[in-house]
Write a protein that binds this ligand. Structure first.
Ligand code: NAP
Length: 346
């Protein structure tokens, strides 16, 4: 059955009150095919959505304690909590886009090592598809479970995959990335207080961030037989949203910056949400959009390749990519609901 504006597919969101869940709700309001049928949440259960999240505008939806049924369910829970509910959601026949890290790693042992949890359904790790649409588009519609990629990994993988695949660089990768505070969600910790984070810049998780195995797993497939060496250092910077990842690798061919950029333009030629920029991208150019902008150059003095990627952690790094995946799952135009987003400026 179609709703008043002709939409025929239903969507539900689990944990709508988190940042990723609320951005998913915002984007779905204008989606041409999915109607938001229900939303769930814990602390705000029983409240109307427009009372809990007034920026979304008028809505008659009431935040439920328990999930309902829908054609597609977006799960925006913390890791661990997501894996606990996803199997039951799949059993209802829904297609599930999980925004957490619970189904991103193929190996249950790696999940245990990096997340400190025993995976409750390792069998589903094989069924899940890592939903980086630009690289896995063909297989996404074949699954019922999408592991929506992390924000840092989306930037790093899109920045490095074409060069690695083309044999332009050695698999000896440095990813130096900065994130705005919303990347840490709504939860509070000392580092996220205004007085701590403002006018400040700091590296964190230097000994190993949980996105390391995800970036490593995905990039490793482009160099079978060679071990990817990856150093990934994230930084927290005083802005609300956005990721800037500057990625470096030794060149293994003599190429100039123009040739390297041409390779990337060709790799992303038909991509609606990835563009190669003539100058280094700024996070503001991607804010509130599903775009990932990449600038490619070389440092001839050091014989090093450099790719700089910018994206919005909550959109291309979370809610936007989740909807892009849902579009692919239902054979809708990949850009549906996402193509009119443009950043506010300044
Ligand atoms: N933030 C980002 O940029 C980003 C990007 C990509 C992916 N993600 C992923 O998306 C997921 C959500 O992230 P977020 O940043 O939106 O989180 P968030 O803003 O911190 O929201 C987390 C909320 O989840 C609820 N919650 C916590 N444990 C729960 C449980 N066991 N059962 C039910 N609800 C629970 C709590 O809400 P109550 O107060 O209602 O209890 C908590 O406030 C995470 O897995 C995260 O890794 C986030």
């Amino acid at each position: 059955m179609k709703d008043m504006i002709g939409r025929s597919l239903t969507a539900g969101i689990i944990n709508v009150t988190g940042y990723a869940g609320s951005e998913t709700a915002r984007l779905l309001r204008h989606h041409p095919a999915f109607t938001l049928a229900w939303v769930s949440g814990r602390s705000e259960a029983g409240k109307r959505l427009d009372e809990a999240l007034p920026h979304l505008g008028p809505s008659e939806l009431v935040i439920q304690e328990e999930p309902g049924t829908a054609d597609v369910i977006f799960v925006a829970l913390p890791h661990g909590a997501a894996a606990a509910v996803v199997p039951d959601l799949l059993a209802t026949g829904a297609r599930v886009v999980d925004l957490s890290a619970d189904f991103r790693l193929v190996s249950a042992a790696a999940y245990r090592e990096w997340y400190g949890l025993e995976h409750p359904r390792p069998d589903l790790l094989e069924e899940a598809v890592y939903g980086l649409c630009e690289l896995h588009r063909a297989i996404i519609p074949t699954t019922n479970l999408i592991a929506n990629p992390g924000c840092y990994p989306t930037a790093a993988i899109l920045a490095l995959a074409p060069a690695l695949r083309a044999g332009l660089i050695e698999p000896d990768l440095l990813v130096d990335a900065k994130s705005g505070l919303s990347g840490a969600g709504r939860g509070l910790a000392l580092a996220y207080h205004f007085s701590e984070a403002d006018e400040n810049c700091a590296a964190y998780a230097v000994g190993g961030h949980r996105h390391w195995p995800e970036i490593h797993q995905e990039l490793q497939q482009y160099v079978p037989g060679q071990e990817v060496r990856l150093t990934f250092i994230p930084h927290l910077i005083p802005m609300v949203r956005g990721i800037l990842a500057t990625c470096y690798a030794p060149l293994c061919q003599e190429v100039d910056a123009a040739t390297a950029a041409d390779l990337y333009r060709e790799a992303y030629r038909d991509e609606p949400f990835v563009a190669v920029t003539a100058r280094p991208p700024q996070t503001k150019w991607t804010a509130s959009t599903n775009r990932c902008l990449i600038h490619v150059t070389v440092d001839p003095r050091a014989r090093r390749f450099i790719a700089i990627a910018a994206l919005d952690n909550l959109i291309k790094g979370a809610a936007g990519q989740a909807i892009q995946n849902a579009n692919l799952l239902f054979h809708l135009p990949e850009t549906a609901g996402l193509d009119t987003l443009t950043p506010a400026y300044p």
